[in-house]
Write a protein that binds this ligand. Structure first.
Ligand code: CDP
Ligand code: MG
Length: 699
């Protein structure tokens, strides 16, 4: 324990923190930043005057690190050491060290802009450059000036460009904690493999047969591939002759793993046993697994990308950056010299990989963040002049402003409205917050709370939504409600209602292939949202959250109307001569309803004329996911608003009125511009590769 590099720098760290309000600390992954810094500050008295708060971009990291620190300090989790993530607060009056997601800290600063319960705020994992951490960086800059006498801000990172952050904070000191990294031999493949799954499998087996003891960490792009590789590895390892090789344990590691499964990777293996840890990029820097000597790096990562001009999300498999590749390799050299097998040629590393990962702020929808900053209502904080470490594009800022305007969160001059202020208090994306408020007006808040909670589940609830087709077939005929022809939101409501009628019977969920843990979480979230609405309501809202008997058509209509108001920016109109929809409000595109939707064509083969959608996502082609049929009468006022929209005014400028801010809605592509690509990981990687080669060819 005492070996962790950061502990040897305790004096230096404390000395620097004493003299400066902001300190940047750079240290190798595993050097003890996340688990030890808070304890050092605690030992040195910083928890006497307030709480030491440590932010994490990932929920699992917040939970896992808090658990570890409570063990090290030998206290019960939730007492002196606790954590808070969205919808789960495990802290108490006694909490002195608090791990929390960056999103939760942002939310706390809404009700308490000075964050005065904290004596120290550590923005951990800043190199991840999550959207929320980037916004916190800007806010901290302001806060340290206001609380110069009693707040310390530490920014820690494994790889971040320290000078850039230091300059951002008026040249604050940067402490480098040299890690005790052993040399790592890098082995490149001669060429890109046809299948990186097969190639990982083969490399892992080679290591197991030929290399001496030491655990193997394999980076995959997502849960599906992890599960596939784990099962293949298990088969192959079992078929090796007993006694000829070490025993093996194969462990998955990703964000949606059950907590009991997660802790398994932190417990030491039995003697004479090699562990294979098959992980997402969560193991790159957020979680350190001890004992790793061999790393297998596919060179890919799954990244969510948002296109502000089309409103489309894509979950793309993209090449990692050089920084990420080096991080991955570094995992092999923590305890002794190691090896990193890169499943790509060295020329790819040097010529194809970007130097650094693109920060999330440049590839996300900003509606939530813009609403947040506007609702802070601080005279010195404005979204358009906000001090970002890296600025978002003006296109994505305008997209956010437009969305907020269409759902009444800001007025035509870009100023936050009363509705917008209330929305910002809800821990939900703006469209869902707006839906709840509208639902309260039209007497269906109880139903809308259920839908909001169902949509906030962190895991997939429904069977057959995961990619594994086997599961889908098994559950296809299961007896679940069908949304009464109105679509997925209504189905979500109906499922929860049925469950409620069984008095939340666990077997009822199991029999229908519903995730029990997910459903229990939904029940808890619903209760919390209900309490938040009631708290917000004090005086201003008359909240009707009590559940009545069976749902009626009237209830469904009210809920659909509320959804239409909340999702005003996500509207689509059925195309008359086309088996598809076109999106309204964004650059017009032709899209289809995702096959997993319960919304099906009627007897004449027609879909409803208008739908709102939860998400527009490009997998093999652009799909509307989670859709709800809405009435034309509710759509018309929205379209009028779209047509009147003046983006210059919204951005605080004075410009002229633009007739169609978003281009002519009827100006549609003549043909589907989408080509169908088989919907699996390998082909996506193949496609990414071809795109790259095509680009390269053009040079
Ligand atoms: O934050 P940083 O990457 O610098 O290191 P850390 O997360 O504080 O990890 C320091 C040590 O604690 C590593 O050896 C981890 O393996 C160990 N650790 C653990 O055993 N269990 C956890 N939940 C977290 C950390
Ligand atoms: Mg860390």
């Amino acid at each position: 324990m005492a070996e962790l590099p950061i502990l040897q720098f305790e004096e230096k760290i404390i000395e620097t923190v004493e003299r400066n309000s902001v300190v940047v600390i750079i240290g190798e992954t595993g050097s003890g930043k996340s688990t030890q810094l808070s304890q050092i500050l605690h030992r040195r008295g910083y928890t006497n005057s307030g709480v030491v708060g440590v932010t994490q971009p990932r929920r699992v990291a917040a939970v896992s690190v808090a658990r570890r620190v409570s063990q090290e300090l030998n206290v019960r989790l939730g007492e002196e050491v606790g954590y808070a993530i969205r919808f789960e607060d495990r802290t108490s009056e006694r909490t002195r060290i608090k791990y929390l997601t960056d999103g939760v800290l942002l939310r706390e600063s809404l009700s308490n802009p000075e964050l005065d319960q904290y004596s120290v705020i550590i923005l951990d994992e800043a190199h991840e450059r999550s959207l929320n951490t980037d916004i916190l960086l800007g806010l901290m800059k302001r806060l340290v000036k206001r609380r110069a006498s009693n707040l310390k801000v530490l920014i820690t990172s494994a790889t971040l460009d320290g000078d850039k952050v230091s300059q951002f904070f008026s040249n604050c000191p940067v402490l480098n904690v040299p890690g005790k990294l052993y040399p790592v031999e890098i082995l490149y493949s001669n060429e890109r493999p046809k299948s990186y799954l097969e190639s990982s499998l083969k490399t892992a087996l080679d290591i197991h047969i030929k290399e001496p003891k030491g655990d193997v960490l394999i980076f995959m792009t997502g849960q599906d591939d992890i599960e596939k590789l784990v099962s293949k590895l298990e088969d192959r390892v079992r078929s090796l002759e007993e006694g000829s090789v070490l025993d093996a344990i194969i462990l998955p590691l990703h964000g949606s793993l059950q907590p009991e499964m997660q802790v398994r990777v932190f417990s030491p293996p039995p003697p004479n046993c090699r562990r294979f840890i098959v992980a997402t990029n969560i193991a790159e820097t957020s979680l350190t697994v001890d004992g790793v000597v061999y790393v297998i790096d596919s060179g890919y990562v799954k990244q969510r990308q948002y296109n502000p001009s089309t409103g489309m999300y894509s979950l793309e498999v993209v090449q990692i950056s050089k920084v990420q590749a080096n991080q991955r390799a570094g995992r092999a050299g923590r305890t002794r010299p190691g090896k990193c097998y890169r499943l790509y040629p060295s020329v790819a590393y040097h010529e194809e990989l970007l130097d650094a990962t693109i920060p999330e702020i440049q590839r996300s929808s900003l509606a939530g963040s813009v609403l947040y900053l506007k609702s802070l209502d601080l005279p010195d904080i404005d979204i358009l002049t906000f001090d970002f470490l890296d600025s978002p594009s003006s296109e994505s800022l305008q997209d956010a402003l437009k969305q907020l305007y269409l759902i009444d969160a800001i007025d035509e001059n870009g100023l936050i409205t009363r509705v917008g202020k209330t929305m910002a208090e809800l821990p939900l994306e703006p469209s869902l917050s707006r839906t709840l408020m509208e639902a309260n007006e039209c007497g269906c808040l109880s139903q809308a709370l259920t839908v909001a909670a169902m949509l906030s589940a962190e895991t997939t609830l429904l069977p057959g939504r995961s990619k594994s087709t086997e599961k889908k077939r098994k559950h296809d005929h299961l007896d679940l409600p069908d949304g009464s022809g109105w679509g997925d939101h209504i189905q979500l409501l109906q499922i929860y209602e049925c469950w409620h009628q069984t008095h939340y019977d666990i077997d009822w969920c199991k029999d229908r292939g519903l995730q029990v843990r997910g459903m229990t979480f939904v029940k808890d979230v619903r209760k919390q949202l209900c309490q938040i609405m009631q708290k917000i309501a004090k005086g201003s809202l008359d909240v009707q959250t009590s559940r009545r008997g069976k749902q009626t058509q009237q209830d469904y209509n009210n809920l659909r109307k509320a959804l239409c108001v909340g999702y005003a920016n996500q509207l689509a109109e059925r195309m008359v001569f086309h088996n598809g929809y076109r999106t309204l409000g964004f650059k017009p595109q032709v899209v289809q309803v995702h096959p997993s939707s319960v919304l099906k064509p009627d007897d004449e083969g027609k879909f409803p004329n208008y739908v709102v959608y939860q998400e527009l996502i490009a997998t093999s082609r652009p799909y509307l996911r989670t859709v709800c049929a809405v009435n034309v009468a509710w759509v018309t006022p929205i379209l009028n608003k779209v047509n009147k929209l003046n983006i210059n005014k919204l951005s605080g400028g004075s410009g002229h009125i633009e007739e169609h801010a978003e281009g002519n809605i009827s100006d549609l592509p003549k043909k589907d511009a989408v080509t169908a690509v088989p919907d699996d990981q390998e082909s996506k990687i193949q496609a990414a590769r071809e795109r790259f080669l095509a680009r390269k060819g053009k040079k």
